[in-house]
Design a protein around this ligand. Structure first.
Ligand SMILES: Cc1cc2nc3c(=O)[nH]c(=O)nc-3n(C[C@H](O)[C@H](O)[C@H](O)COP(=O)(O)OP(=O)(O)OC[C@H]3O[C@@H](n4cnc5c(N)ncnc54)[C@H](O)[C@@H]3O)c2cc1C
Length: 395
């Protein structure tokens, strides 16, 4: 009989990080089941911005804890996560200045290095930006972006080195239960008996929950990017940017291009098993226009590529991390809502603590509990930036 101490379903950033931390905590037989290959879900398609600017304290704590890993990857994990610390600006509507100020103060208290700059001060740092509609920005000098595949590959290598058993091309067809307990998983290659299952299945999570009677407000969501070559007269300085006014995020890629994601305004299919990996021309046009709005010098740039992925959006755009009360031994990280690559090192550590000790001490996971929807207490940030929270672009 095939058995495991813990089965993790999904080898994206969160499943792999969880397996790594379980092995580090001394759990002997950890099996990771992945229907395809490492980082084949949202993770491999991620913009992979690594920053601390969240509009709530619990996610900021996860980001700050995770940043310790990204900055010290070789010592804490081994290998290279491809971190580029080129700095971050966050643009918010001027009439949300009070919220921006409150969020930056909260983030500083939690340990983030972040500053509130006037538009004039920010223009001295990066002259490619148009600040015509901005009064202040949040500035994180040490933030930037990582390589999401390299991040997962090095986590997996380290986990394998500690004995974790990764099985690729192995879809889990069903979670097995008896009464109110988890007893195993059924895969395309047979059954594995276990008393602990962590579901980190990204946009596919509903397919595992529905057959065992768990219904959560989770909706797969198409997320896209376009790549534009820098124009002839663009200054070389290029940071990472979250633009809550134009509904975009962007960062450099390939040494001379801008990678931009614009989540608002164009919708396409959201089926994780049947979606177009290349977004539509409407989407590309939308990105081009939004890019020009913030970086006028990019009006003379050439489109060089696109891609799309599927993530899982939750009912309040915040992740669900923790135990599922319906079955003893069942845990999840789902509803990433497009912002859970940068927090994956800490999410994995916290989930590992929950599985092994019954509670998470690195960051308190209580606010992320999946039961908050059944309790009628979906998450509401005190200081958000307005309507686009509906369709998060907070990468
Ligand atoms: C275009 C885009 C840009 C993004 N930009 C950012 C960003 O800048 N910063 C940031 O922090 N986040 C960003 N995100 C979000 C981030 O990528 C995700 O939050 C994160 O990667 C989720 O990781 P995960 O491991 O939870 O899920 P996934 O990476 O989706 O992994 C889930 C895995 O589970 C596997 N699986 C599913 N069902 C089964 C099954 N039944 N059996 C076995 N295996 C199964 C899947 O094959 C998949 O590999 C972005 C996402 C996209 C798509």
């Amino acid at each position: 009989m095939d058995t495991a101490d813990v089965v993790v379903i999904g080898a994206g950033a969160n499943g792999t990080s969880t397996a790594f931390h379980l092995a580090k905590a001394g759990v002997k037989k950890v099996v990771v089941l992945e229907q395809s290959h490492l980082a084949s879900g949202a993770t491999g398609k991620s913009g992979a911005l690594v920053r601390m600017h969240y509009t709530n304290e619990p996610e900021t704590r996860l980001a700050v804890e995770s940043f310790k890993y990204f900055e010290n990857w070789n010592e804490m994990v081994g290998g290279d996560c491809g971190l580029n610390q080129i700095g971050l600006f966050v643009f918010t509507p001027p009439d949300r200045y009070d919220d921006l100020e409150a969020n930056v103060a909260m983030q500083r208290e939690v340990g983030a290095e972040t500053y509130l700059l006037s538009a004039d001060e920010a223009a001295e740092i990066d002259s490619s930006v148009s600040f015509h509609d901005v009064s202040h920005v949040a500035y994180e000098p040490r933030s930037g972006y990582a390589d999401p595949s390299a991040t997962v590959y090095s986590l997996a290598r380290a986990a394998m080195g500690m004995g974790v058993d990764f099985r690729f091309d192995t879809p889990v067809t069903r979670i097995l239960t008896e009464g109110d307990r988890v007893t195993g998983v059924e895969t395309a290659n047979g059954v594995i008996q276990t008393s602990s299952v962590v579901v980190a299945a990204g946009a596919w999570a509903n397919k595992l929950f529905q057959p065992i009677g768990i219904t959560l407000p989770l909706e797969p969501k198409y997320a896209r990017v376009s790549v534009f070559r820098w124009s002839f007269d663009r200054p070389e300085k290029h940071m990472t940017y979250i633009d809550r006014i134009n509904g975009t995020w962007s960062r450099p890629t390939d040494g001379n291009c801008t990678l931009i994601g614009a989540e608002i305004g164009v919708r396409e299919t959201d089926d994780p098993d049947n979606y177009q990996e290349a977004p539509s021309q409407d989407y590309i046009n939308h990105c081009r226009q939004q890019l020009i709005n913030r970086f006028p010098v990019m009006r003379h740039s050439t489109m060089r590529g696109t891609w799309a992925g599927i993530l899982m959006r939750s009912g309040d755009s915040r992740p669900l991390i923790g135990a599922l009360d319906q079955y003893q031994g069942l845990y999840c990280m789902t509803g990433d809502s497009g912002t859970s690559f940068k927090t994956s090192p800490a999410i994995g550590k916290c989930l590992s603590e929950l599985v092994t000790d019954g509670r998470s001490t690195t960051v308190d996971l209580t606010p992320f509990r999946p039961s908050r929807f059944d309790e009628g207490k979906p998450w509401v940030d005190e200081h958000n930036y307005g309507a686009d929270d509906e369709d998060t672009i907070s990468r």
